[in-house]
Write a protein that binds this ligand. Structure first.
Ligand code: 5GP
Ligand code: MG
Length: 181
């Protein structure tokens, strides 16, 4: 049964479940057009990409290989000295593979830039990135994703895999929390 009641901590639903589903179906078609029948090695950034990637993956028609990476950022997220380290890298060999890196949200750009640098060292045949959400106004390092679900304003959002202190990842929509949560 569909969940209709709003979580009590939610102030505003920014993107409904129905819109997310429709957009992910369209993204899957864009990705399929881009790669054709080529095999794609998909690397999901944990934990945020889990819910989005689960939905996207099932709609990709080509042969895929799936792996994941865990990254952590240190330092205040809003300052330019925030650093990102790779805590657990992928296991698959990416040499001469078409790699698609998938994350929940592109914010300052540091996480994807750092992971892309590491992937390029393995000499993939190609490297593209896909994010459910993009907050271009927050960018600290130049970065453009190849496939973007939704461009959103500078608000801290949760749901559809995105967390606040590991909570709210299970909300089936993208939402803004009430103040003081
Ligand atoms: P970046 O390195 O681009 O600044 O940030 C990417 C990571 O920051 C995302 O994978 C996500 O974990 C976190 N992040 C950035 N903005 C938001 C947001 O609005 N909500 C949540 N829950 N996480 C965010
Ligand atoms: Mg994340």
């Amino acid at each position: 049964m569909a969940r209709t009641s709003l979580h009590p901590d939610v102030a505003e639903v920014l993107i409904s479940q129905a819109r997310i589903r429709r957009r992910i179906a369209a993204l899957a078609r864009e990705i399929a057009r881009c790669y054709g029948h080529a095999e794609v090695s998909i690397i999901g950034v944990l934990n945020g990409s889990m819910v989005f990637l689960g939905e996207l993956l099932r709609q990709l028609p080509m042969q895929t290989r799936l792996d994941s990476v865990v990254a952590r950022s240190y330092g205040a997220r809003t300052t330019s000295n925030g650093r990102v380290s790779i805590r657990r890298p992928w296991h698959l060999s990416l040499r001469r593979k078409h790699v698609l890196l998938v994350d929940d949200i592109l914010d300052t750009g540091r996480t994807l830039r750092r992971i892309c640098e590491r992937i390029r060292r393995e000499n993939p045949a190609s490297l593209r990135t896909c994010v459910l959400l993009d907050k271009p106004s927050r960018r600290v390092v130049p970065f453009t994703a190849d496939f973007v679900g939704f461009t959103i304003p500078d608000k801290f959002v949760v749901g559809y895999g995105l967390d606040f202190a590991e909570r709210y990842r299970n909300l089936p929509y993208i939402a803004v929390l009430r103040r003081g949560i």
